[in-house]
Design a protein around this ligand. Structure first.
Ligand SMILES: [Zn+2]
Length: 203
């Protein structure tokens, strides 16, 4: 299976679905992580993203769109179309369309347009930044047991040293706690959960 995962910034994919990426990779599936923009400290954050992708066993593309140009537009959809058509994924992941961050919402709007042919499944991961309560609650339906991959998920997040310095250790604890909370709901140690936009059977 080919999995294409879109994130607005370095670290979004690791927080939202790092365990799921590691699980796909461990089972022999191909995963391409796409980072749309690097808002600051590019010289640090690109190598951090590369290190994190390697920890998860995924490939990485940094699109490096100018932050102010990351808006839902024909241009952004064209850029995403290029990545999408070049990769031909079976499954696509993106931010929640209820995410409070404008960059995250722009990515998801463009992903929905890019996957308009409905030849792949599309799932959304939870809000990745601390805080940011939005009007519509995330309604997770698709659970992935990441108990075997939690160490890789946390290691991949710790690779983003600039962010760990900014947010502190409680940030990592919160992400781990959320995985534990989702795991509890399906009676495993750790899980990630996704909202389904469309689920296209490929068997
Ligand atoms: Zn982000």
């Amino acid at each position: 299976m080919k999995v294409l995962a879109f994130g607005a910034h370095p670290d979004d994919l690791e927080i939202g679905m790092g365990g799921t990426i590691a699980r796909y990779a461990a089972r022999g599936h191909e995963v391409l992580m796409v980072v749309a923009t690097v808002p600051n400290r590019k010289e640090n954050r690109v190598p951090e993203a590369e290190e994190a992708a390697a920890i998860l066993g995924a490939d990485l593309v940094v699109m490096d769109i100018v932050p102010d140009e990351l808006v839902f537009s024909r241009q952004l959809v064209r850029q995403f179309d290029q990545v999408f058509n070049g990769y031909a994924p079976d499954v696509v992941y993106t931010h929640s369309n209820n995410d409070s961050h404008q960059d995250h919402a722009a990515v998801t709007n463009a992903v929905i347009a890019t996957t308009r042919k409905n030849d792949c499944s599309v799932y959304m991961y939870e809000q990745t930044i601390p805080g940011g309560i939005a009007p519509n609650q995330f309604h997770g339906q698709y659970y992935v047991d990441i108990s075997d991959c939690i160490a890789q998920k946390l290691d991949s997040i710790m690779a983003h040293r600039t962010q760990l310095d900014t947010y502190g250790p409680w940030w990592l604890e919160g992400i781990k706690g959320r995985a534990m909370y989702h795991g509890f709901k399906i009676n495993v140690k750790y899980a990630e959960v996704f909202e389904v936009i469309k689920d296209i059977a490929i068997w």
